[in-house]
Design a protein around this ligand. Structure first.
Ligand code: HEC
Ligand code: HEC
Length: 130
């Protein structure tokens, strides 16, 4: 009378396995949780890169150099070179006029440059995987 119950359990278990195979895989890949996964490759930033051409109108240009300049409440590491008053001397493109108020102060929503500008880098690993 009860012999169908184990069968049902096996059937349910198998369908669970099939579902598990379709689940998205984590970035760790097949590395078990108990092992340390190998570190991802370091970002390969151009030392003194040339800006990549923009692919969209009004696209925030990519950063052709390292982007680890500190941006804190006290100071913005990007304006040191890109402030329109200093840009020519630093051979950098002046910050876009849209980022400024009419009194030439930076608008608050443009303070965190990395929110929109991201560094360009060689993604040879991704290219190789395609
Ligand atoms: C030591 C000076 C220096 C600092 C600091 C600096 N940059 Fe630059 N940046 C340059 C130079 C030089 C270039 C190359 C010339 C150019 O395209 O403006 C450049 C290029 C860029 C460009 C490409 C501009 C374009 O028109 O394609 C962006 C975007 C940029 N920087 C953003 C940033 C951001 C964001 C920060 C802070 C995280 C930063 N920069 C800090 C010197 C600097
Ligand atoms: C809210 C998003 C955003 C933030 C934050 C931002 N930018 Fe931009 N930036 C843009 C966009 C969009 C453009 C392109 C404007 C266009 O072409 O109309 C741009 C353009 C630029 C350019 C190129 C100007 C030119 O004439 O080609 C520089 C340099 C730049 N930004 C630097 C900075 C710096 C430095 C900061 C931080 C102080 C910053 N941006 C913060 C969105 C942003």
């Amino acid at each position: 009378m009860t012999h169908w119950k184990p069968l049902l359990l096996v059937a349910l278990g198998l369908s669970g396995l099939a579902l598990a195979a379709e689940l998205p895989q984590s970035l760790r890949g097949a590395t078990p949780v108990s092992d340390a996964a190998p570190a991802p490759a370091m970002a390969d930033y151009p030392a003194k890169g040339t800006s990549l051409p923009r692919s969209l109108v009004h696209q925030p240009p990519l950063i052709p150099h390292k982007a680890s300049y500190p941006i804190t409440g006290q100071r913005n590491g990007c304006t040191g070179c890109h402030d329109p008053k200093r840009a020519a001397k630093m051979k950098a493109t002046p910050i876009h006029i849209s980022h400024y108020r009419s009194d030439s102060t930076l608008k608050g929503e443009y303070y965190f440059c990395n929110q929109c500008h991201v560094p360009q880098q060689n993604l040879s690993e991704i290219k190789a995987a395609q």
